[in-house]
Design a protein around this ligand. Sequence first.
Ligand SMILES: NC(=O)c1ccc[n+]([C@@H]2O[C@H](COP(=O)([O-])OP(=O)(O)OC[C@H]3O[C@@H](n4cnc5c(N)ncnc54)[C@H](O)[C@@H]3O)[C@@H](O)[C@H]2O)c1
Length: 428
Amino acid sequence: MTTSRRTFIAAASAVSAAGIVAPFAIGGTRAQSATRTINIGLVGCGGRGAGSANDSLTANPNVRLVAMADITSDKAKSARDELKKVYGDRIDVPESRIFEGLDGYKEVIALADVDIVMFATSPGFRPRHIQAAVDAKKHVFAEKPTCTDPVGYRICCDANDKAKAQGTAIVTGTQYRRQSSFVQGIARIREGMIGDVLSMTARYCSGPVWYRGREGGMSDAQYQIFNWMHFVWLSGDQPAEQAVHNLDVVHWVMGGPPETCFASGGRFTKPEDSEMWDSCSATLAWSDGRFCDFKSRQLPQSASDHDNVVYGSKGTAFLRAFNSGTQIFDRSGKELFSVKGDIGAAYQQEHKDLVNSIIAGKPIVELRQTAESSLMAIMAREAGYSGQKLNWDWIANQSKLNLFPQELDLAGSLPTPFVRVPGTYELV
Ligand SMILES: NC(=O)c1ccc[n+]([C@@H]2O[C@H](COP(=O)([O-])OP(=O)(O)OC[C@H]3O[C@@H](n4cnc5c(N)ncnc54)[C@H](O)[C@@H]3O)[C@@H](O)[C@H]2O)c1
């Protein structure tokens, strides 16, 4: 789902003709200036970090990239150099503005001329990074998922409320919310095209996920951050890391999180030191009787399905993933509505909306919504790991699960990874 280099360059050339600087004022509590551009600082310069920066630069001719941070400066430099080939002077990141290590994000946030801090590290860092940016009154773009445990969820909720109160923006990387095929499909569901919504299916089922083997000389911390998908504190496991896209659509259609969750899953193929499960399936239930059958799995040689389907009293809506579009049928099978999908446009729309909301002085703050979708995934994972039926009030307000290491030092060791097994796994 990362923008390919070809699209990246084609899209960028289309925009460059439009020019760079447009006069405007920046909203929120930051100093206003009628002529300045919007400056971005990027934290986490891997595939999606470079992709998000590219999307913002393509969508917003007045945006510049002015600072970067990654665990190693090499990563930031190579992303900078690639972006510079396309955007030239709009990439203004000298060596003095490339920061490395675990505290590099603080240096980016501390720069007075950075307007938006963009976070695309592994998700485990996200709540504390967002919190620091909001405390410094920066606008934020945060990739999904925004948390991997309930304590992180509550940090996100506090940051959401603080940003709202102080007038700074937080837009998140749940792009389906801005994809025309989803927006149009869900508008028709709201207008009653399929009658009353009764139930949904939500699937993120695909082939195996990447695994980055430990390289010589790596400490535990370096290795886990490098191979982050496989450690629950960093990725949240597949329901949070990947399937949060589907659960966010469920949150959207159903109008909020479920009341209860009953789940099951396990693992058969993951490498020995991975904490990930291969699959997790859950039934999410709302108090009015609606429910969603959710499945996430990453297994070799198994059928892929990434779609959401909404079942109503008068018809069925297929909200399909990526570019596959939306189709709505009545109960006799007659097509009532059909539209193509364009996920690339949605990735850019996130950044257009963020920048426009800042310029208009009406900053979008949507972190709570995405934190709730992330917590729905965490609830499914924890219900699967424990074999227990969980309810929303417990996971949102009572669970004390905090996966972030008490001491984190890049050169240091970390607790031994372990696989959660129902019957022995304890909920906290
Ligand atoms: N919205 C989408 O469709 C979409 C698509 C892909 C990835 N993502 C999300 O984007 C995030 C990044 O994914 P990716 O594929 O780019 O991963 P990646 O491994 O390619 O990049 C992550 C980068 O973050 C850096 N990093 C890790 N911890 C850091 C820290 N504490 N401070 C600074 N840098 C740090 C790593 O060194 C690495 O360069 C994830 O949350 C992922 O779920 C979203």
